[in-house]
Design a protein around this ligand. Structure first.
Ligand SMILES: [Zn+2]
Length: 388
């Protein structure tokens, strides 16, 4: 949904064409001297001056105190007023809502989380609205929030409906409009893995990287990729396309009956179940990784088998998509840390000889980082003037 800000705020979307490119360049890479902006966008100094003037007048850009250039003339680099606009990001999981309030550059000002006592949509809306109101007040952001982004594991529509979110038992739930009414703010929904990837692209590990992939492990297996600077969106993005790729023919079964598919090898439930069965007592996720790190033979074996499978998945992505970087993240990311040796060995074994090593970055993040991703969905909507 389009989330134009209130009428008294100069919306970024109103700066069209090259002017918008100037504003976006400064948002993502500023503060920058005018000469550098002109060089990056292929503009003459005069054209940049003409384009920048209304942006400065509207308050979208500001001049900062700069250093002296080599010529001895003072430079006044252009920047954005990061704190003039605030955004809210909400990440929904099966049992919790995580909320952050951020600046225009997704710097987190305040965060909080709350248990969801019921998956009933009306109660989720009520709980999320109360949580958001509290965090916004604590951040001193009342009145300056431009948009709210909500991300979840599932598919959503541009009109703000959750088409399918199995972990909440939802299908066709108009979450966006309901939350918008409760909060009195524009609300935009996004798939959590796509929003995470977009956040990494603008303000995270994939900054300046036009071609990258994201693999997430946790309750499920998520995947997103970007080519030519665009995170690829498609109708199945919310369903997860890699969840049942075969990774280990001797692996356990997933609920669909596949032996050793990505879900069977990498999902938290599968990892804890395998370790728990061998130990004949219920183990929690972190217990499995702690025990593996301490040399417990069962947990070591389970983690290494899964980490090898993750290495094969990442190697497959590397071979077919040829990204400059693969980011591994998600709430189950300890798999890549504790199983690092097995992951790297599998990656190396599957990489074609003579090819350059695949750049893999393991990013340890909590749910607050996913909520920040949702805030970036809101920021993008505000800045680009389009639905997610
Ligand atoms: Zn499967």
């Amino acid at each position: 949904m389009t989330t134009d800000a209130s009428a008294d705020v100069p919306a970024w979307a109103r700066a069209a064409g090259p002017a918008h490119d100037v504003a976006l360049t400064v948002l993502l890479e500023g503060p920058l001297p005018r000469s550098e902006i002109a060089r990056r966008l292929g503009l003459s100094a005069g054209t940049l001056t003409r384009l920048a003037r209304p942006l400065l007048d509207a308050g979208l850009l500001v001049e900062t105190e700069g250093a002296h250039a080599a010529s001895g003339h003072p430079t006044r680099p252009l920047d954005v007023d990061e704190s003039a606009h605030r955004f809210v990001g909400v990440k929904l999981t099966q049992h919790t809502a995580h909320v952050v309030v951020t600046t225009l550059r997704a710097r987190v000002l305040a965060s909080d989380e709350a248990l969801l006592l019921s998956p009933e949509p009306a109660q989720v809306v009520e709980a999320v609205a109360a949580l958001v109101d509290g965090v916004v007040a604590r951040a001193g952001a009342t009145g300056s929030v431009r948009a709210v982004g909500v991300s979840l594991g599932g598919s959503v529509t541009a009109a703000g409906s959750v088409v399918d979110a199995r972990f909440l038992g939802w299908s066709d739930v108009p979450l966006g409009p309901a939350l918008q009414e409760a909060l009195g703010l524009p609300v935009v929904l996004d798939n959590d893995v796509l929003s995470f990837a977009r956040a990494e692209q603008w303000f995270g590990a994939a900054r300046g990287c036009d071609h990258f992939a994201v693999v997430t492990v946790g309750e499920g297996v998520g995947y997103a990729y970007a080519v030519h600077g665009q995170v690829v969106d498609h109708p199945d993005a919310g369903v997860g396309t890699v969840g049942h790729l075969p990774l280990d023919p001797s692996g356990p079964l997933c609920p669909q009956g596949h032996a050793g598919c990505a879900d069977a090898m990498l999902s938290t439930a599968s990892i804890t179940t395998r370790a728990s069965v061998a130990h004949r007592r219920q183990l929690h996720r972190d217990e499995v990784y702690d025990l593996a790190g301490a040399g417990d033979p069962v947990c070591r074996r389970v983690v290494d088998d899964s980490a090898r499978a993750l290495g094969r998945l990442v190697a497959t992505v590397g071979a077919l998509v040829v990204p400059r970087k693969v980011i591994i993240s998600g709430d189950g990311v300890r798999l890549a840390e504790v199983g690092a040796a097995a992951l790297e060995a599998a990656l190396a074994a599957q990489r074609s000889p003579g090819t350059t090593p695949l750049h893999v970055e393991v990013q340890v993040t909590g749910f607050a980082e996913w909520a920040r991703g949702a805030a970036v969905t809101a920021i993008r909507t505000f800045v680009l003037g389009e639905g997610s």
